[in-house]
Ligand binder design. Structure first.
Ligand code: SF4
Ligand code: FES
Length: 386
């Protein structure tokens, strides 16, 4: 069976990053710089992506600006005819570099913020001064005329300032803000107890978003990703496995979703060995959960199976030990009590900050507003800015 072509490709250009957010969706085992795809290899991938029918390219990381060839990569993607969206912390991008990216054909910038409270934002980012630098970068994007979206990951440490984050995004010149509750994969899964809001706050957030949309509809578009652990039914993760999009890791493995490597037994083909079209159509990992044939009960006979596709395979794996099970967020799942347990258990104050490859550090979420390694990371940020 020929799968319809994907719509979007997420290119994780690198796992290197000057920040250390505890909700990072990168895997715990980060790819090393020495293993990253070269400029030529990414250029080939972008050409193959366009031939496959992909329209949108999301350039992500880690921090994509840590790649010194970012401008060349944007130019290659643009030449291939892809719409290019840069997902960035803004650290490492000054006016000159941004102008080069725009000239190379960059279409859109998505800037992450951690909070509007600068001290808390810097603490969560693990880099002193980062929020101030993000504000400055947003100004450069707006002055340069590039469309700007603000991304904010919501969690118990910033949920109360959702309205202020929307006002900040408007002040930054953004046309859109994505307010997305933390998704518990990678480092976020490790920090679940420190990130997950209480149930009352999670449920109240929906009403807050409705009120914010009413107040700001003429100024900004608000996209909202609800906290699925408190929902009745799961999210349609990736809009279905192998259905619309794919991820390429820094070392070239092609994944159906960012957490797919947590599912044992799946072999991921590399762009170093196969063309992207062959991987999309023929690789066993993409075929594993495509469509509905793989489903077990209760999904197999459920009316919602083509709506949410059984939820998230990686969450089913993490919480039930079998990726073919219904996502236990679903109230119909026989494992739903495991999600209820997570939402009601004692919360924690301690983050494990996202590390560099082979590095990580325990941090306090409530004290220590300037992490020890901020200076060291700052040096790195200065380095990449140059
Ligand atoms: Fe979705 Fe499966 Fe739950 Fe039905 S049983 S709502 S398909 S997760
Ligand atoms: Fe892998 Fe949801 S993150 S299927």
């Amino acid at each position: 069976m020929n799968a319809p072509p994907p719509f979007a490709l997420l290119a994780e250009l690198t796992h290197r990053c000057p920040l250390a957010c505890p909700y990072c969706s990168n895997p715990l085992d980060l790819d090393r710089k020495a293993d990253e795809l070269s400029t030529d290899e990414w250029t080939r991938v972008f050409g193959q992506a366009a031939e496959l029918g992909i329209l949108q390219l999301h350039l992500s990381g880690g921090e994509p600006a840590t790649r010194h060839d970012l401008t060349e990569l944007v130019a290659a993607a643009s030449e291939a005819g892809l719409y290019t969206n840069l997902i960035t912390s803004g650290i490492g991008l000054d006016a000159g570099r941004l102008a080069l990216l725009a000239r190379a054909g960059l279409d859109h910038v998505q800037l992450s913020i951690q909070d509007v409270d600068a001290a808390n934002a810097d603490r969560v980012a693990g880099l002193a001064g980062s929020h101030r630098r993000k504000r400055a970068f947003a100004g450069l994007v707006s002055e340069g005329g590039l469309p700007l979206t603000i991304n904010a990951v919501l969690h118990r440490g910033n949920l109360a300032r959702m309205a202020a984050m929307v006002d900040e995004a408007i002040a930054m010149g953004a046309r859109r803000i994505e307010l997305a509750h933390a998704q518990y994969y990678g480092w976020a899964a490790r920090n679940r107890d420190a990130l997950m809001p209480d149930m009352a706050d999670a449920l109240a957030a929906r009403d807050t978003v409705a009120a914010l949309r009413d107040r700001t509809s003429h100024q900004i578009t608000i996209d909202y990703v609800p906290p699925d652990h408190f929902a009745r039914y799961p999210k349609p993760c990736m809009n279905g496995w192998g259905r619309q999009s794919l991820n390429v890791t820094p070392r070239g493995l092609v994944l159906p979703c960012h957490a797919a490597q947590t599912i044992p037994g799946l072999a991921f083909w590399s762009v170093r060995d196969y063309p992207l079209a062959a991987i999309w159509q023929e690789s066993p990992a993409f075929g594993a959960f495509r469509g509905t044939d793989w489903m077990a009960e209760p999904c197999r006979s459920c009316d919602r199976r083509e709506i949410d596709f059984g939820g998230c395979r990686c969450q089913a794996m993490a919480l039930t030990g079998d990726p073919r099970n219904a996502d236990p967020v679903c109230v119909l799942s026989p494992f739903h009590d495991r999600v209820e347990h997570l939402t009601t258990r004692q919360r924690s104050d301690a983050y494990v900050m996202r590390g560099r490859p082979s590095r990580q550090a325990e941090r306090s979420a409530v004290a220590d507003s300037t992490p020890d390694h901020a200076t060291e990371e700052h040096d790195d940020a200065q380095h990449i800015a140059g």
